[in-house]
Design a protein. Structure first.
Length: 462
């Protein structure tokens, strides 16, 4: 079977989605399948074919962006800048993907709602589309529906249309499945819940490897491994460490991972008098070995789905303190495989950390049970078996389960891609590959976009 794994996001980001794609690709290839990859790097879409050869990095002509901006400004003069950015970025992504040979694949497996909608609009009709949804961007963005109703509606429509554009959707937790059913009216029967898997044996081998990280012998080690973004709850953790320091000083906390909040978090740690108690170590290749040296692992997420970092801590046999955000309670049983604290509340989190640091038998019991649970629950082969079953199911139906190019009578205009004045080989190939009824703007978004054509819109373009 030839499978294309595709994502709208940058492949260089150290994230759970990147880990999922990498491990899924390796697992499918071990089973004898051929796997290609489509992603972005430095705002360019690239395609690695099944032989591992990077076929092309596509950059659309600037005239396309100028034409889209000009057309939208005339028809939707009050469009929100973020909506305009997403409109431009997603059309550039799907047109770039058109320059690749998609007919050679048996299944396309996307990893986010943007790439799902994109490939639904451009893929060959007989190639089925499977989508794994790793989170809810509308919620994770922190967008206030009351203050920005039209922007929220755009993102919510992207979530809904994206999932419904797949022949089958996969979500790793029941929490996320229920969230999409409640907030975006996604029929639960169209979603298969498949928890993540990982190379448990390979990870366990790395736990015992050497690391250049050293801490004083009289200090216990707390590790937080997560990208430094708002939803991971690092601000809560710093406040909790401040409370913990009031009770004891025999610890050091290692922040593993990088992200846009690093400088601010470093500043906050100094403000709370934690400058010598925390270390920001950035992205690390020796995370398993560091977890092997840790006394406890803490994950204070405000919003999360199925964090890889938590899976890794369990497999490493590190005692866990985590929040009750999102799908985490499906991964940790309180008092059995870890301790759970209410998300966003630093004092209870500090109390749970202090409890673990003070009680060695409790740490050992939780870590042993977490390891046993993790080695069973996160078995990669179990995940691969269920995903390939989804592939076989959609293949048996021929990929014709979703209607994606139905003309929308209310489309006020369409961007004529044949009249940009561009005559390069890549652009000619894109034009020749356009599916019948392909339109910009996407008909599924026209009704929302038309709100930006009225002066009463909440967002006025500056």
């Amino acid at each position: 079977m030839k499978v294309l794994l595709a994502t709208f996001w940058n492949d260089s980001l150290a994230s759970g989605v990147t880990s999922y794609i990498r491990q899924l690709k390796q697992g499918l290839e071990r089973q004898g399948h051929e796997v290609g990859l489509c992603a972005q790097r430095n705002r360019q879409v690239f395609h690695v074919d099944c032989t591992g050869h990077e076929v092309l990095q596509v950059q659309l002509p600037r005239l396309f962006s100028l034409k889209l901006n000009d057309t939208y400004s005339r028809h939707f003069p009050y469009i929100d800048p973020w909506v305009m950015k997403y409109e431009r970025d997603r059309y550039e992504y799907e047109l770039s993907a058109l320059s690749f040979d998609l007919t050679s694949y048996d299944v396309i497996h996307t990893q986010d709602v943007v790439s799902t909608r994109a490939f639904a609009r451009i893929k060959p009709k007989n190639v089925p589309l499977v989508a794994t949804v790793h989170g809810c961007f509308t919620r994770e963005s922190g967008l206030d529906r009351r203050r920005s109703p039209e922007l929220w509606e755009y993102y919510a429509n992207l979530e809904r249309v994206g999932v419904l554009s797949a022949d089958r959707a996969i979500m790793p937790t029941h929490w996320l499945k229920n969230l999409f059913a409640r907030d975006f009216f996604i029929p639960p029967e169209g979603v298969t819940t498949i928890p993540y898997g990982m190379d448990v044996h390979g990870f366990r081998q790395k736990v015992n490897e050497a690391t250049d990280i050293s801490v004083p012998a009289n200090k216990k080690v707390i590790v937080c491994s997560a990208r430094l973004t708002r939803v991971k709850g690092h601000y809560t953790l710093i406040q909790a460490l401040y409370e913990l320091k009031k009770k004891r000083k025999d610890w050091v906390c290692l922040f593993l991972g990088d992200g846009p909040l690093r400088r601010q978090l470093e500043h906050n740690s100094r403000l709370y008098g934690l400058g010598e108690d925390v270390q920001f170590l950035g992205d690390r290749l020796d995370v398993p070995a560091i977890l092997g040296q840790a006394d406890i692992f803490v994950l204070p997420s405000l919003m999360d789905n199925h964090p890889f970092a938590l899976m890794e801590a369990q497999v490493a046999g590190t005692a866990v303190v985590t929040s009750d955000a999102g799908g985490i309670p499906e991964m940790v049983s309180h008092e059995e495989t870890g301790l759970i604290s209410p998300a966003g509340h630093p004092k209870p989190l500090a109390e749970q950390m202090n409890r673990l640091l003070s009680d060695r038998p409790l740490r050992q019991r939780l870590s042993q049970k977490a390891r046993i649970w993790g080695e069973q629950a996160w078995n990669m082969e179990a995940m691969l078996k269920r995903i390939t079953q989804v592939y076989e199911t959609v293949l048996s139906k021929g990929g014709s389960g979703v209607q994606t190019q139905d003309p929308f009578k209310g489309v006020p205009f369409t961007v004529d891609l044949t009249k940009l004045g561009v005559d390069t080989k890549v652009w000619r190939n894109i034009i020749e590959s356009l599916p019948e009824n392909y339109r910009i703007p996407d008909p599924a978004f026209v009704q929302l976009l038309q709100k930006y054509g009225r002066k009463g819109s909440r967002h006025v373009k500056k």
